[in-house]
Design a protein around this ligand. Structure first.
Ligand code: FMN
Length: 176
């Protein structure tokens, strides 16, 4: 299976998680670019947009290209997935199926406000009735052993879906 991780990361934390996950799943990594939220003005715009549910223009770099499955990730803003990630999720019907989502955040809060987006992604995927695996990491667990363990457990949970199909064993050449 060709699995691609698509991450939005404004300040690098979600990107670090994406890189750890990519190393453990053999997935390719793409980033969501969203110039609207760069710099201090961008930070203010981020809060306003997240509260209003505004979905910004985004680019995915490099392009997602050939993929069988996607894993999405990024920060929580104002209680929900950050708007650039929600812009991508909004196109779920035109994307390869999403098999897992990870989120980074400052505080340990309820993941309930994320449910609507997760349910919409699951509905567009191969198992619409099953909840989508979610890894939600608060700031104090992002670094260190606890974070690494959480990422490993998440990768193990996704492994049956994303594991590469093994090549059939080569038959020994027959003697002429
Ligand atoms: C505009 C904005 C809104 C945020 N809202 C929340 C929030 O509601 N809850 C929370 O725990 N953290 C919130 N954060 C903090 C980020 O979720 C957290 O720092 C995250 O790990 C950053 O990920 P990144 O480095 O990949 O951008 C917010 C950050 C920004 C910039």
């Amino acid at each position: 299976m060709r699995t691609v991780i698509v991450v939005y990361s404004r300040s690098g934390r979600s990107l670090r998680i994406a890189e750890m996950l990519a190393a453990r799943t053999n997935a390719r990594l793409c980033r969501i670019d969203c110039p609207r939220y760069r710099g201090f003005r961008g930070w203010l715009r981020g809060w306003r947009d997240a509260r209003r549910g505004y979905l910004p223009e985004i680019d995915v770099v490099p392009e997602i290209g050939a993929a069988d499955l996607l894993i999405l990730g990024g920060p929580v803003w104002a209680g929900r997935f950050a708007p650039p990630l929600r812009s991508l999720m909004d196109k779920a019907n035109r994307l390869p199926p999403v098999v897992g989502v990870f989120a980074t955040r400052n505080r340990i809060n309820s993941t309930l406000p994320l449910e609507a987006d997760l349910m919409a992604l699951a509905a567009a995927g191969p198992t619409p009735d099953e909840p989508l695996p979610l890894l939600s990491l608060a700031r104090r667990t992002l670094r260190g052993a606890a974070g690494t363990k959480a990422v490993e457990r998440f990768a193990e949970r996704l492994a049956p879906l994303v594991s590469r199909r093994k090549l059939p064993a080569l038959l020994p050449l027959q003697a002429a």
